[in-house]
Design a protein around this ligand. Structure first.
Ligand SMILES: [Zn+2]
Length: 421
């Protein structure tokens, strides 16, 4: 009788279950024999440092990876790994790989053996076939697994090649450089993009200005834009992306507009408060529940216009959409603000002249303006009906005419109610 090797899942089930119960978090368990369906990607640091992390993070989840030291009396341990559930990739930082690989390898070997015994076709012949080291690629070195650890070895380089490599390092370590590209390529990248690693040293170019005629790499575009937008405090790239700019809240296109077109700079004050620098003004956006509230820097009037002072005041702009707030900031100018003050004066004159009817006209105007500005769900009706300035003006004229012909308070109120619907 042939002894069939028993699955580790069966052998160690109770041990692993006990270990999982000791842990404060609840993650799914990944067994070494499951790894046959995965690629094990060894990476330099955490997967969160990937330049396209914001795009893949929705597919990433943590798992407990089991490793079994069968020589040490079946000692079982758990380690937490990040798994890309869409592409079946297990990400392992180098040190975590180095400390667990020999155990994983033994288990995977066993599974390959089992499959052979059961005459199942196995797509790999040795455990190393599951491992992808391309994420560790470094120019001038080769990377391989030796004695169950990741090993870099320097390649023999000519003087010319060494020169090229140090020129390359210089380009990459100069923080003024933002855009990286190959001399004959058609895309530019963030310095951390995987693609940059594979651009030959002699072909790599870099610049602080967006190179014309090249388009953005879609893997690293977001990281690059965030890097540019957080130049005040470069450590905040991830924090701002996590707390405010999730891809749902702000698409790549929208972020590009804010950074490249509007020239906004961002700084996070705390998890609910974001500071925005736009032209000479600075703004604070604070999140209360689902609603963003906008504050504007204080200023005092001086002969030449205004001068900025300390502190912020409530700008009376609220929205559930960050983009609405950003558009407001972009459109704001002191000149426009003066226009608004003039408009206030006009309204006052209307009230003085027409009394109650004038007041109704002002109310209609205000409601429309607010609707146009806020575009929240509450004002959907207005949003859908009066989008352009021209339409808005037309509507106002019509309303003023209508209201002027009414003489009872009830009639006016009823009319205004009808606008709300
Ligand atoms: Zn890229």
């Amino acid at each position: 009788m042939v002894m069939q090797a028993m699955s580790e899942k069966v052998l160690y089930a109770s041990k692993v279950e006990a270990l999982v119960q000791e842990r404060p978090d609840i993650f799914e368990v990944l067994w070494p024999e499951d790894l046959l369906d995965y690629t094990i990607m060894v990476i330099p640091r955490s997967v969160k440092k990937f330049s396209d992390y914001s795009h893949i993070r929705r597919y990433i989840s943590n798992r407990y990876l089991v490793f079994i030291n069968s020589k040490g009396m079946g000692h079982v341990k758990l380690t937490i790994v990040s798994v890309n559930t869409r592409d079946n990739i297990v990400y392992m930082p180098i040190d975590s790989f180095d400390s667990t690989w020999r155990y994983l390898k033994a288990s995977i070997n066993k599974s390959i053996q089992q499959q052979k015994e059961q005459s199942i076709d196995c797509h790999i012949s040795r455990p190393e076939d599951l491992v992808d080291l391309s994420g560790l690629y470094r120019q001038g070195s080769t990377v391989s697994i030796k004695n169950d650890r990741v090993v870099y070895s320097m390649m023999e380089l000519s003087q010319q090649e060494q020169k090229m490599l140090s020129a390359r390092d210089e380009l990459l370590s100069n923080n003024e450089n933002l855009y990286f590209y190959a001399v004959q390529g058609n895309r530019y990248h963030d310095r951390d993009c995987f693609a940059v690693k594979f651009i030959d040293a002699k072909d790599l170019r870099a610049s602080s200005q967006k190179p014309e005629n090249l388009c953005a790499c879609d893997k690293c575009q977001r990281r690059l834009l965030m890097r540019k937008a957080t130049s005040i405090n470069p450590n905040q790239v991830r924090a701002i992306d996590n707390h405010f700019f999730t891809p749902n809240a702000l698409t790549d296109k929208q972020l590009e507009k804010l950074v490249e077109e509007y020239g906004f700079l961002f700084e996070m004050l705390d998890q609910r408060t974001l500071k925005v620098f736009a032209k000479e003004d600075s703004w604070v956006i604070r999140k209360y529940g689902d609603v963003y509230t906008l504050f504007h820097n204080n200023y005092k009037l001086v002969e030449s216009g205004r001068s900025l002072t300390d502190g912020y005041h409530d700008q009376n702009v609220r929205s559930e959409s960050l983009m609405v707030i950003f558009e407001y900031i972009h459109e704001y100018s002191y000149e426009k603000h003066i226009e608004a003050v003039k408009c206030k004066r006009k309204n006052k004159a209307l009230v003085n002249r027409w009394g109650f009817v004038g007041m109704a006209v002002v109310k209609v105007k205000r409601r429309l303006r607010r609707a146009q500005r806020n575009r929240t769900s509450k004002y959907n009706y207005y949003k859908n009906n009066f989008v352009t300035q021209q339409q808005y003006n037309k509507t106002i004229d019509k309303m003023i005419k209508a209201v002027k012909t009414m003489d009872s308070r009830d009639e006016i109120l009823e009319y205004m109610e009808s606008l709300r619907r």
